[in-house]
Design a protein. Structure first.
Ligand code: GRF
Length: 219
């Protein structure tokens, strides 16, 4: 059976390791999403080179050249329409989106956040988790709503916080989990294998279990 794969854009601003994980998974023709566009808010984003090498259309909407957020977003919207994009994955995209843009993509706009939401919204999540002395930390894929780092949660993964951890070492372990759950969550959304009720997401038949808990006790 041939499936119609959902045309997906990945929006980045920097390194793009989550973008790489999504591109890698979408190489499988049976994966329900194809990455048709990588759109960066910065011309110097390192992730752009990888996307180009992988023959994926790239575009830059340099936020600095626009008069304001609305103009910037209208330009992104045109690019997304030009590429007939159906789903968007924010992957280290460092611009706040307006309610107008979010409204255009309701239920079709995903984000990955490096913390177990609703804890640690915003920046510097790993350092803040360490400063609070939490024992478990992780990452979240969620639908985007106008409020920052809110919206129905699709998948989460947890890691144990080790006594030896620094923000960098913790970030590295969380990032490995990000690369697992983002492609799994996108697959569920692309297949339409879920429904949203209020703030809760119910997943019908996850092909890859999107919520993982990998806590090495005593580690
Ligand atoms: C990731 O930690 C992601 O959770 C956050 O920004 C970082 C982006 O990293 N939103 P990368 O560009 O995907 O490597």
């Amino acid at each position: 059976m041939t499936i119609r794969r959902k045309r997906t854009a990945v929006l980045i601003s920097g390194r793009g390791s989550n973008m790489r994980a999504l591109i890698a998974r979408a190489r499988d023709p049976s994966y329900p999403a194809e990455i048709v566009l990588v759109l960066s808010s910065r011309p110097d984003a390192a992730g752009l080179a990888f996307a180009k090498e992988n023959k994926i259309a790239c575009a830059v909407a340099d936020h600095k050249i626009y008069a304001g957020r609305e103009e910037f977003e209208r330009s992104m919207q045109l690019l997304l329409e030009l590429h007939r994009v159906e789903l968007i994955c924010l992957a280290g995209f460092m611009r706040m989106l307006t309610p107008w843009f979010v409204g255009q993509w309701q239920g079709r706009l995903l984000n990955i956040h490096p913390a177990l939401l609703p804890a640690y919204r915003g920046l510097n999540t790993h350092a803040r988790a360490l400063a609070d002395g939490v024992k478990i930390h992780g990452c979240t894929v969620h639908f985007v709503v106008p409020a920052m780092d809110e919206g129905p949660i699709i998948a989460q993964a947890a890691v144990a916080v080790l006594e030896s951890d620094t923000p960098d070492s913790l970030a590295a372990r969380v990032l490995l989990e990000e690369h697992m759950i983002y492609p799994a969550a996108l697959a569920c959304v692309a297949r339409g294998d879920l429904r949203i009720e209020g703030n809760r997401v119910y997943i019908n038949e996850p092909v890859v279990q999107p919520a993982s808990l990998r806590v090495p006790f005593g580690g």
